[in-house]
Design a protein around this ligand. Structure first.
Ligand SMILES: [Zn+2]
Ligand SMILES: [Zn+2]
Length: 305
């Protein structure tokens, strides 16, 4: 392994096995940013006059995404950025990351909005979990519900999330293992999920970027690291898949990129076959958000808690 930058000969901060090259801090950052810009351009993630809401958790991935987009939009005079943090109400875990989110938005001059489970559902996640262990799936449903509702209220044209290459590929394999083809077609950098004015489209600029490289980029850009893991984390299938993919990548560098590219070739075919124009899409009787039944999942769950 070479410890010198392939481009300038300075001390390398990373060796990318998948391309057989090492990079110094400056050239790694340049590479990183240009790769994400490629993802943005090739997938037409943004329009010139978009108002984009960044889903900011205070974790490294979303902090790096906000920083990247602030710099990208410097040249896009009519584009706007805001940030939205969902406070699930998890003591010692979420509090710290919200502080990080606030500081970052202060530094970058981005307007931050905070929406909470307590306000929207009457209970924090800690209180919900006290009654019964509902697990990550429910929390995810509630979080997505808030994200959509709030970003629409904030007039956002799009929600940008920090899903990276590892997240995306794990989801591909998980859906495959579960045989969930409908969920499979909801993946992609700019998923064509629901064509409804109530739905704020989601985009994933980091979709082709490895998690490790985002962490390195964040460190090199002096972003604060919040390392604690959510105490309720439980998705064991995701962890199994993650370990499997990491092992494959270790043995056969560039496996992850190859697998994602293969999926991207399949996606249009899958979309044609599995994404039905759902005629049953309508407004939830309880909250008015979009749903495919009479009452949306978040409201069903809200009744339960
Ligand atoms: Zn260099
Ligand atoms: Zn509802």
């Amino acid at each position: 392994m070479s410890s010198e930058c392939w481009k300038c000969g300075d001390t390398a901060v990373i060796h990318r096995k998948y391309e057989g090259k090492s990079w110094c801090s400056e050239h790694f950052q340049e590479q990183f940013e240009s790769l994400v810009k490629d993802t943005v351009r090739e997938n037409d993630l943004f329009e010139n006059d978009d108002r984009v809401c960044v889903a900011l958790s205070g974790g490294m991935d979303s902090s790096a995404l906000l920083l990247f987009l602030v710099e990208l939009f410097e040249d896009w005079k009519n584009a706007e950025l805001i940030a939205l943090t969902v406070d699930e109400g998890i003591e010692n875990y979420r509090d710290e990351s919200i502080e990080i989110a606030k500081e970052l938005c202060d530094d970058l001059g981005v307007e931050l909005h905070i929406a909470s489970f307590k306000e929207e559902f009457g209970k924090s996640l800690d209180e919900i979990m006290e009654d019964k262990d509902y697990g990550c799936t429910y929390c995810g449903v509630l979080r997505r519900w808030i994200l959509n509702k709030k970003s629409r209220e904030l007039d956002a044209d799009k929600v940008a999330t920090a899903h990276n290459l590892d997240d995306e590929l794990q989801s591909v394999f998980m859906n495959y293992l579960k045989g969930d083809m409908k969920r499979m077609v909801r993946l992609g950098a700019k998923p064509a999920v629901i064509d409804d004015e109530k739905f704020v489209p989601r985009v994933k600029p980091f979709r082709e970027t490895p998690e490790k490289e985002i962490a390195l980029y964040g460190r090199l850009r002096d972003l604060e690291l919040h390392q604690t893991e959510c105490p309720y984390v439980e998705d064991s299938l995701r962890f199994d898949v993650r370990d499997f993919l990491n092992e494959m990548e270790r043995k056969r560098p560039s496996t992850k990129f190859t697998a994602l590219r293969a999926f991207d070739k399949l996606l249009p075919v899958l979309e044609e076959k599995f994404s039905e124009e759902d005629p049953s899409i309508r407004s939830c009787e309880e909250c008015g958000e979009i749903t495919s039944g009479d009452v949306c999942k978040a409201c069903q769950f809200r009744k339960e808690i």
